[in-house]
Write a protein that binds this ligand. Structure first.
Ligand code: NAD
Length: 488
């Protein structure tokens, strides 16, 4: 690790202080475009550190809850301003940790600013309803109250937006927070925490502990002073967390994987559909939960679509995401690259045809990073592994169908239900798609990826625990409803 000594070490943030982990150990965070470069060192925390953070959050509960929503909002506005000032540095850090391109990372950071401002305003909006009582002398109303201490467990693929879209609503509704970010992107999270720290939130209101999921994440779920867990990540981890949270009787929210289909009907605008398939599947190197993974095409336009898709995919420039003309960066880690390559091998073994790409790039400028060509498979059937499991890499499975009903059937023929899109100009087909598709996010004549912060976001089936994040929907998870009856 040639330049490791120049890199900064980032501490945990507990009870208003930046502190070292009790283990005295740090974890180097590797740049996936150049594995010799360390983006920073983060703390390898122990149970003792998690417990300290939860205790701090527990002790800060009453002070934070007792502020008005407007007062809490002022802190979030301040954090938003700081994030905006530091946007370039935070975006650059995310690129160095997980490899998305700089424009994507800047867009994500700008979204983080907007999310903070959106929820800052939420502190001034209504927090209950008046419900007519059958007793005409009584006043009956509901009130939203915080859960208490909320544990946030976040993934590496949206290292800025996801921590913020969980922490901002948690805070505005009066909860205190302990976050355990994905280790791969923990430096980015430390820089987000610095925005909260410098906005001078009361001590203990937000805390960050970095380290392994098995120690820090697990320790959080099992702690008696955690009253809610919000998790985004893989299905295997999410299910285990959900089970533990259920056993403990605490509220939990799981946002997990997808196997998102795009249907290209025979009346589609092919150029638009090709463009959307490419950006949906290959932006962020295919590592979005809403990434396009299956492209289901009607047979009468299949060859024309395929030709354009391959031609456009060939034009993609791959490389270090900080370089100007690079469109697709590396895969975020060796583990992710190996997983992607293993799915490509499985696809071949199960009889799909690798039409384009799928090779690791290892020469010249690529030799120090986790680069891969975007891959397009054809002759894919719905029962194949590459049509069923989340790959989380730049791989398209092309599936040819005779008619639109077959397309709907295949689109729904997976355990996931996160996002889905269709390209058609026929209003009847659009409505039929809306009626039939099992997905939390439905997009028409638009790529499968694309989330607006003011709208509910979450999946159906095994893509989520059926709660929703973002927009007003976040209130459902981060608060409990009390019904109050008053009689004089
Ligand atoms: P992951 O499940 O490996 O890790 C997610 C987080 O859980 C990390 O912070 C990790 O350290 C932690 N963790 C791991 N083991 C744990 C344990 N035993 N107890 C507690 N915490 C533990 O997921 P990832 O690789 O970071 O993220 C990729 C996955 O996230 C993909 O499946 C993707 O689809 C999903 N994702 C979903 C959404 C959504 O909103 N639905 C958004 C982004 C990513």
């Amino acid at each position: 690790m040639t330049n490791s000594v120049k890199q900064k070490t980032y501490f945990n943030y507990i009870n208003g202080e930046w502190v070292k982990a009790s283990t005295g150990e740090v974890i180097p965070i590797q740049n996936p475009a150049d594995k010799d470069e360390v983006a920073g060192y983060v703390q390898r925390s122990s149970l003792e550190d998690v417990n300290a953070a939860i205790t701090a959050a527990h002790e800060a509960k009453a002070v934070w809850r007792d502020l008005s929503g407007a007062e809490r909002g002022q802190y979030l506005y301040k954090a938003a301003d700081l994030l905006e000032e530091r946007l370039d540095d935070i975006a650059m850090t995310a690129v160095k940790e997980m490899g998305k391109t700089l424009p994507e990372a800047k867009g994500e950071a700008a979204r983080g600013v907007a999310i903070l401002r959106y929820y800052a305003g939420e502190g001034m909006r209504k927090e209950g309803d008046v419900i007519p009582s059958t007793d005409r002398e009584a006043l009956m109303f509901t009130k939203r109250v915080p859960l208490g201490v909320v544990g946030v467990i976040s993934p590496w693929n949206f290292p800025i937006a996801i921590p913020i879209w969980k922490m901002a609503p948690a805070l505005i509704y009066g909860n205190t927070v302990v976050i355990k970010p994905a280790t791969e992107t923990a430096v980015t999270c430390a820089k987000i925490m610095a925005c909260f720290a410098d906005a001078r939130l009361p001590k203990g209101v937000v805390n960050m502990v970095t380290g392994s999921g098995a120690v820090v994440g697990q320790g959080m779920i099992e702690h008696p002073n955690i009253q809610g867990i919000t998790f985004t990540g893989s299905n295997a981890t999410g299910k285990a967390i959900g089970q533990k949270a259920f056993d403990r009787g605490i509220k939990y929210q799981l946002e997990m994987g997808g196997k998102n289909p795009v249907i290209v009907a025979n009346d589609a605008d092919l150029d638009l559909a090709v463009e959307a398939a490419i950006t949906g599947a290959f932006r962020s190197t295919g590592q979005k939960c809403t990434a396009t993974s299956r492209v289901i095409v009607q047979e009468d336009i299949y060859d024309a679509f395929k030709e354009k898709l391959v031609q456009k995919t060939q034009e993609i420039t791959i490389g270090d995401s900080l370089k100007k003309d690079v469109w697709m960066g590396p895969i975020a880690s060796k583990q992710q690259l190996d997983q992607c390559l293993s799915y490509i091998e499985t696809g071949k073994k199960e009889g799909a045809t690798l039409l384009f790409g799928g090779e690791p790039l290892t020469d010249g400028d690529y030799q120090n990073g986790y680069f891969i060509e975007p891959a397009i498979f054809e002759h894919v059937t719905s029962d194949m592994t590459i049509a069923q499991e989340e790959i989380f890499g730049p791989v398209i499975a092309l599936i040819k169908v005779q008619d639109i009903n077959e397309a709907f059937h295949i689109a729904n023929d997976v355990v996931f239900g996160l996002s889905a899109s269709i390209f058609t100009q026929n209003i009847g087909r659009m409505l039929s798609f809306i009626q039939n598709i099992q997905a939390g996010l439905i997009r028409i004549n638009a790529e499968s990826a694309g989330v607006e912060l003011q709208a509910p976001f979450g999946g159906m089936k095994q893509s989520s625990s059926h709660s929703r994040e973002q927009g007003e929907a976040a209130k459902e998870f981060f608060t409990a409803i009390q019904t109050i009856f008053i009689k004089s």
